[in-house]
Design a protein around this ligand. Sequence first.
Ligand SMILES: *[C@@H]1O[C@H](CO)[C@@H](O)[C@H](O)[C@H]1NC(C)=O
Ligand SMILES: *[C@@H]1O[C@H](CO)[C@@H](O)[C@H](O)[C@H]1NC(C)=O
Ligand SMILES: *[C@@H]1O[C@H](CO)[C@@H](O)[C@H](O)[C@H]1NC(C)=O
Ligand SMILES: *[C@@H]1O[C@H](CO)[C@@H](O)[C@H](O)[C@H]1NC(C)=O
Length: 433
Amino acid sequence: MKPPSPNSSSSSSSSSSPSLPRKPRFSPYLFTLLVFIFFVAVLYGEDLACIFSQQLQLNLAPARPSPATQKKWEKLPFAIGKLKEEGCDVFSGRWVRDEVTRPLYDESDCPYIQPQLTCQEHGRPDRSYQYWRWQPHGCDLPSFNASLMLETLRGKRMMFVGDSLNRGQYVSMICLLHSLIPDEEKSMETFDSLTVFTAKEYNATIEFYWAPFLLESNSDNAVIHRISDRIVRRGSINKHGRKWKGVDIMVFNTYLWWMTGLNMKILQGSFEDEVQDIVELSTEDAYRMAMKSMLRWVRKNMNPKKTRVFFTSMSPSHGKSIDWGGEEGGNCYNQTTLIQDPNYWGSDSRKSIMEVIGDVFGQSKFPITFLNITQLSSYRRDAHTSIYKKQWTPLTSEQLANPVSYADCVHWCMPGLQDTWNELLFTKLFYPY
Ligand SMILES: *[C@@H]1O[C@H](CO)[C@@H](O)[C@H](O)[C@H]1NC(C)=O
Ligand SMILES: *[C@@H]1O[C@H](CO)[C@@H](O)[C@H](O)[C@H]1NC(C)=O
Ligand SMILES: *[C@@H]1O[C@H](CO)[C@@H](O)[C@H](O)[C@H]1NC(C)=O
Ligand SMILES: *[C@@H]1O[C@H](CO)[C@@H](O)[C@H](O)[C@H]1NC(C)=O
């Protein structure tokens, strides 16, 4: 078993030099500029995306899939039964302290966790975030059965496509499964945008494909992807989609990278065009465009009788403690308790994006299983990596003096919250009703 290489992480690793000079069409000026961008990216670390997010506060209720759509879901592949309380909304519930069955694995027992997510290794003083179990109001979640999951994946491919948050869920899934597989029977390899975990005896792969917008964009480089002026190309889903063909269980996400301001730049032609034809769309319209592209791709390329498609909703960040009535200037740093207000949602554009998702999926002819993790995760201000992660460049003395300034309030410690996302995925895969 090879340990995962740092280059397979979502962050700009300082050990990986950009191989820009190989491409002859770069002028020296452009090269210098790109190197500059690279260093700025490294300097500012990852995950500043949320800082630019705008606060759109729309108050409309998200649409739900219509009954007609749900009818078509009756014979979903991989389903083995019904929940005891049929129709239970597993996403509506509360967090319960559980020091008996949590965590589902130990940080040190899963070598696949990227160093940006190993909070204990990086000095987090408490483990309280590891001992919470999600309890739906209307039913109990079935316990995650790793051997059932692996048997189901026999001869199959499961793939996660999206951004670093989806990569986190991917790694969590591997952590939940890998201990059943002997060392010589498993491996993990990265080829550009694609990371593949193989369980040899099962002839199964669990894969992650980096495509933060799903569509082609100027942020698609899996190692050096931090570009401030983000551009997404309209109608380009096949650029990545051709690598997704033949997958049996698909898990998409996309959200954070769209949050660059009120508008998003959309390229009409190709990135090779000498003069680029770029229009600006509102974040919601741009996001809707991507959702529709994804659905069209799924309809053309996946068989609803054999395959399953999941979509994970927006992962909330906790960058401003005033959102939950905390002190001004604070964030997720030094938070060890949950937000208690059951109506807490947070003050960013998540509401309007949720509406777009509800709209688009409500009209979908293909059964997409929606993992609605936004609300349940929004209580978890305690579960972020904060300052307890690998830093790619040394911190300055100003930063060290003020930990709030460099806390990562976007990503999640592992084990932790994202294991719950996979318990919900497990539930919806096998007991979708
Ligand atoms: C887990 O799944 C396997 C089948 O793959 C089954 O034999 C076993 O009984 C299950 N375990 C539990 C605790 O349900
Ligand atoms: C292994 O799985 C792939 C699908 O991922 C399938 O095409 C192939 O036939 C399988 N091979 C064997 C030996 O079962
Ligand atoms: C962390 O929060 C506690 C209160 O919950 C406070 O007493 C302590 O001073 C804080 N520590 C830092 C370093 O901010
Ligand atoms: C997701 O869950 C939240 C909380 O239960 C709910 O308010 C919202 O309507 C759900 N979104 C969709 C699109 O179903």
